[in-house]
Design a protein around this ligand. Structure first.
Ligand code: ADP
Length: 360
């Protein structure tokens, strides 16, 4: 049994993290802020610290640096959790992006305890988010962003609890309860996706998203994206074209993946009976042109001018989406110095064209 110090200012999250750690057979010590965590660590040195970043009276990063300064605490493994991507997060042994999944959390705790010495930093996670508070008399948009931000924490806690619940009922072999827990989890995942999109869209509108571009061949990246989709949707035929020769592009892989995932998921969603989607690469002067094509119902001409606007949907089935994906995708294309456009006609399908400058 190891001693795990958990620092988290949200009571509901602190409790569920502690419950999971205890479920792994360890002793959990709870701290509600960074300062309390430091005092507790000095009193009884833990085998592992799991800490949120955004905490009052000492952030997670400040706690990490304070521990590293103390001779008998400097090598205690540190798992940092955050919905944002705090500067210096690579100093922690492991960084986990919130909302954290039950199994990734358990794996991180187990791996960190096993190593007991600082290991290679993990790559940063997804879902970056910044603190934002509404000004008084805030505009609707600001209010939406604020609500989304405030919903993030209770939602993370609800998701983790639902995952714990699902595991418990599965262990008992209670099938009906499993189905209910899975349904709860699915809906929470949908809410989580919506909230992430609202926050992303807000940050893009405010110009707060920064790209981390690398200049490299985009072909292996496109090949990887397609093979992921083939695995995810085995009933759909995915074609990959124009990728014989290397094409050097300056792009942020995480963000372009987000754009392509949106275009590909729409293509899968709207491809109708002809379950075929094409991802292709071509060149025009100074630009790499990536297209995503489907042979589905297409988009009515009257809807085309608005399709890249926020909350804009061309069909009226609210279960199929929330109309933020294409707005985010086009903003990300622009941020790269490129563009996103569409050609579509009723009954013949749609082709989305993502243009990225070869050099930015
Ligand atoms: P959503 O989450 O609603 O799919 P998007 O912003 O990604 O949001 O798409 C906006 C709307 O554009 C969709 O609701 C859909 O009506 C239409 N659309 C997007 N892609 C396609 C496509 N490949 N075929 C037909 N309609 C599409």
């Amino acid at each position: 049994m190891s001693l795990v110090l958990i620092a988290e200012d949200e009571e509901a999250l602190l409790e569920i993290f502690a419950e999971v750690v205890e479920g792994l057979g360890h002793r959990a010590v709870r701290a509600h802020n960074g300062e309390e965590a430091l005092t507790l660590a000095r009193t009884e040195p833990p085998d592992l610290v799991v800490s949120d970043h955004m905490m009052p009276r000492r952030t997670g990063m400040e706690l990490l640096r304070a521990l590293r300064e103390e001779p008998h605490l400097s090598t205690v493994p540190f798992v940092l959790l955050s919905a944002a991507r705090p500067v210096g997060r690579e100093e922690a042994d492991t960084f986990l992006a919130k909302p954290v999944d039950l199994s990734s959390f358990e794996q991180a705790v187990t791996a960190a305890l096993r190593s007991r010495t600082p290991s290679e930093p993990r790559p940063p996670g997804h879902g970056a988010m910044r603190e934002s508070r509404p000004a008084s008399g805030a505009a609707r948009e600001e209010l939406i962003n604020w609500v989304a931000h405030e919903l993030k924490t209770p939602l993370s806690s609800a998701r983790l609890n639902a995952q714990v619940l699902l595991r418990k009922v599965a262990q008992r072999g209670a099938e009906a309860e499993c189905r209910s827990a899975e349904a709860v989890l699915r809906q929470l995942d949908r809410m989580n996706q919506l909230i992430t999109s609202i926050l992303d869209a807000g940050r893009l509108s405010e110009g707060k998203v920064e790209l981390r571009t690398a200049y490299c061949d985009i072909v292996p990246f496109l090949t990887e994206v397609v093979s992921e989709w083939r695995e995810l949707e085995p009933h759909v035929e995915f074609l990959l074209t124009g990728t014989r020769d290397p094409v050097l592009v300056s792009f942020d892989a995480e963000r372009v993946r987000q754009v392509l995932n949106n275009l590909l998921s729409n293509a899968v969603k709207y491809c109708g009976e002809r379950k075929r989607v094409e991802l292709g690469l071509g060149l025009s002067p100074g630009l790499a042109v990536i297209h995503v094509r489907d042979w589905g119902a297409g988009i009515p001409a009257s809807e085309l001018p608005n399709i890249f606007d926020r909350f804009q949907r061309a069909d009226d089935n609210p279960d199929r989406g929330h109309g933020l994906g294409l707005f985010i995708a086009s903003q990300l294309a622009r941020l790269h110095g490129g563009s996103l456009s569409v050609r579509s006609s009723r009954g013949e399908g749609s082709t989305f064209l993502l243009r990225l400058p070869l050099r930015h």
